[in-house]
Design a protein around this ligand. Structure first.
Ligand code: ADP
Ligand code: MG
Length: 454
């Protein structure tokens, strides 16, 4: 142990070299991981963060040897991994216990296949049941336990096996806030005090604070296909306190990595369907959410807010704030830097504008978005300036999976309608160009009325 409660780094346990993984073939083909390089050493607690679908669980399963990589090398202690990795155990989000066995028997059951003698099994089980805070519940059955307690049994069972590498796949996300926090505490205590022989921990999390609280290194992933975007070392001393400045600064830094990707405008906006280059998918963010967010940032004297605080106020899960921020950034309303979201002058004008001013600002921006431009061009080419929804879906489906194509068009219509560029006709399932006459204000759906102006 070092002065700040960190463990000394030792030998390399896991090494992934250019690992790729795809599932299925033909139209079921999914590229889940591409070009993953990752090293985990003894003494490290590594967290994997990223949006759902970026291949975090796939990565754990490859390291545990439950599935093979499609290409690339998977080394454990320098040797190519073949078949199930006997040195790792995965704890899943919700652990399946044998309902007919008691807590103690459930933990012991994991040791039987390993040939651990009976007395030793009992000894280890009792010790771990105590360690995870279940002392006194040895003879209880799973149905008598709360969800949090059952997950503790799951942890005890995983740790009883004494894996060298403990893999955790969102282990706290099915628990209520209090149970999750207490179990995190117990695990950190065990890990840092050397109460378990585990040499390294790899934890998948969707919770930035949790990752900053526990891990020494944060590996940030993104999807389509799953790849590593950044790795950040977290040297905050243990025990970590969530309210401390340094802790919050670290959380900010991680948010910055996740949200703030600086690209040129052309790269940012992408191309339209049919043009060369990748069509930029519109972030699925409704106008009401974008304007609500801009108003909130505008309430700050500095026109700037911690994304972490914003997410806390607005959504349950940081994943949900990302499309809203991305949309606002795409439209030029905000800048993202080091975990802070700040309004651009345009964003401020929008937040403070009347409904009509907002619509104009929005329309000017949204016309620059290639997907919207493309829809307008297609509509203008028609004699009645009208085209069926399905025609657009068919065109979009060449570049996006069907459900993404639908979502793209939904978002485009939501934005186009607000900007009074085009609208959707329910009666014949068509998209059409709005007439020159402005929509009377009473016809604007309630959700689009900014609360400050009512
Ligand atoms: P995460 O854990 O980050 O949410 P996953 O590893 O579960 O991501 O999934 C990554 C991608 O691989 C997703 O697109 C998912 O649909 C796909 N995928 C995962 N498991 C399978 C499977 N067994 N068969 C086909 N596709 C899969
Ligand atoms: Mg997963």
């Amino acid at each position: 142990m070092t002065a700040h409660g960190h463990k000394q780094l030792g030998e390399v346990l896991v090494e992934l070299r250019n690992v790729c993984k795809s599932y299925g073939r033909g139209d079921k083909y999914t590229e889940a991981l591409r070009g993953i390089n990752l090293t985990i050493r003894e003494g490290e607690f590594v967290a994997l963060l990223g949006p759902s679908g970026c291949g975090k669980s796939t990565l754990l399963r490859i390291i545990a040897g439950l599935i093979g990589a499609t290409s690339g090398e998977v080394l454990y202690r320098g040797k190519p991994l073949r078949g199930v990795n006997p040195n790792t155990t995965i704890v899943f989000q919700s652990f399946a216990l044998y309902p007919w066995l008691t807590v103690q028997e459930n933990v012991e059951a994991a040791l039987e296949p390993l040939g651990v003698p009976r007395l030793e099994r009992t000894k280890r089980a009792l010790k771990l049941i105590d360690h995870v805070g279940l002392d006194g519940f040895e003879t209880a059955y799973p149905r008598e336990l709360s969800g949090g307690m059952r997950q503790k049994v799951g942890f005890a069972r995983a740790m009883a096996v004494e894996p060298e590498l403990l893999c955790l796949d969102e282990p706290f996300s099915s628990l209520d806030v209090l149970s999750a926090e207490s179990l995190r505490g117990e695990l950190m205590e065990l890990w840092l005090s050397g109460g378990i022989p585990t040499k390294a921990i790899l934890m998948v999390s969707h919770n930035i604070e949790e990752a900053v609280f526990m891990a020494d290194r944060l590996v940030i992933m993104d999807k389509n296909p799953g790849h590593i975007v950044a790795e950040l070392n977290n040297t905050l001393p243990h025990p970590r306190r969530r309210k401390e400045k340094a802790f919050l600064a670290m959380v900010d830094q991680v948010y910055g990595q996740i949200v703030g990707r600086t690209r040129t405008e052309a790269e940012e906006l992408g191309s339209a369907p049919g043009e060369p280059g990748a069509t930029r998918a519109l972030p699925p963010a409704p106008i009401s959410a974008i304007s609500g967010m801009l108003e909130r940032v505008n309430e700050e004297l500095t026109n700037k807010i911690d994304i972490y605080r914003l997410a806390d106020e607005f959504v349950d899960d940081y994943d949900e704030i990302l499309p809203i921020i991305e949309a606002a950034e795409l439209l030029g309303f905000v800048n993202v830097e080091a975990g802070d979201l700040s309004l651009t002058p345009l964003g401020q004008a929008f937040a403070e504008g009347s409904i009509q001013a907002r619509k104009e600002i929005f329309a000017a921006r949204v016309k620059r978005v290639p997907l919207i431009r493309w829809i307008l061009t297609m509509l203008k080419a028609q004699p009645d300036q009208r085209l069926s929804w399905d025609v657009f879906i068919a065109a979009l489906s060449r570049e996006f999976p069907p459900e993404v194509a639908e979502r793209q068009l939904d978002t485009a219509v939501d934005w186009g309608r607000y900007a009074e560029l085009f609208s959707y006709d329910n009666s014949d399932n068509t998209i059409f160009i709005e007439t020159e006459h402005p929509v009377p204000q009473s016809a604007v759906p309630v959700s689009e009325h900014p609360t400050s102006e009512s």
